[in-house]
Design a protein around this ligand. Structure first.
Ligand code: SAM
Length: 232
């Protein structure tokens, strides 16, 4: 039996590529975006009442990780990428039906769009449904998960003086908390666990319309070296 679903909207996100997106929502509060609703949900009626809600669940499609053949086992990056686990024991992007779910902060409601933050969603992510977070039911104090018992350990993020100056300039232009966004995302060390970077090796990712480049001057420390407009 098959069911068909269609998006009720699409996310315009600060994240333009998968690399350096936090692995779950709420890990980077400065990660902002706009959920643009499509017809017939862009009229205002569909979001009436959401102004009473601080957070929403988003159900979405991992549109850049869809695969024809379902995987039963995956290798979650959280476990170092070398240990396989049943797909249903993980929040991996490669999964049956390609459906993801994230709780995000609802900052502002407009008739045809929702301003959201704390997101872990790629730009263009198709949204299938929105549901209000219901604290008394969704917050489970006794819950446990011994594979993912705490948020990732953060590493220090330093700035080259010129990069910080560039970031402040672009933050003003974009009207976005860019310095916090870069610090919050990089502190989670997006590098694959199996790579041991030399100080010479540079990494980069696009946030908004900017290429952000960094390196590891010593193990466990990130230094941002450049924040420049991305080439289109
Ligand atoms: N919170 C969601 C969940 O549990 O279903 C997503 C968790 S998944 C581990 C988060 C990662 O998905 C991000 O770090 C990013 O690399 C990737 N991602 C986000 N949006 C995506 C999309 N539209 N298509 C493919 N991958 C995406």
């Amino acid at each position: 039996m098959t069911y068909s679903v269609s998006p009720i909207g699409f996310v315009r996100s600060c994240f333009k590529e998968k690399f350096a997106i936090p692995r779950q929502p709420q890990l980077a509060p400065a990660a902002r975006g706009v959920l643009e609703l499509v017809a017939p949900f862009d009229q205002g009626d569909a979001v009436q009442g959401l102004e009473h809600v601080s957070h929403v669940w988003l159900l979405f499609v991992f549109h850049q990780a869809l695969e024809d053949k379902p995987r039963l086992k995956v290798r979650p990056p959280r476990l170092g990428g070398n240990k396989s686990m049943g797909v249903f024991a993980t929040r991996a992007t490669h999964r049956p039906n390609g459906i993801g779910q994230s709780v995000v902060k609802l900052d502002m409601v407009e008739p045809n769009r929702l301003h959201i933050s704390g997101i872990d969603l790629l730009d263009g992510t198709p949204i299938l449904d929105i549901k209000p977070y219901v604290p008394y039911a969704d917050m489970i104090h006794a819950a446990s998960n011994s594979m993912a018992s705490a948020a990732p350990v953060l590493i220090p993020v330093e700035w080259a003086e010129t990069a910080l100056h560039e970031a402040h300039g672009h933050a003003l232009r974009l009207q976005e908390p860019l310095v916090a966004l870069v610090e919050q995302c990089l502190a989670q060390d997006p590098r694959p666990a199996y790579q041991t970077p030399t100080p010479q090796r540079e990494y980069g990712a696009q946030f908004w319309d900017l290429d952000v480049r960094w390196h590891y001057p010593e193990p466990g420390v990130i230094r941002v070296i450049e924040v420049v407009l991305a080439e289109h």
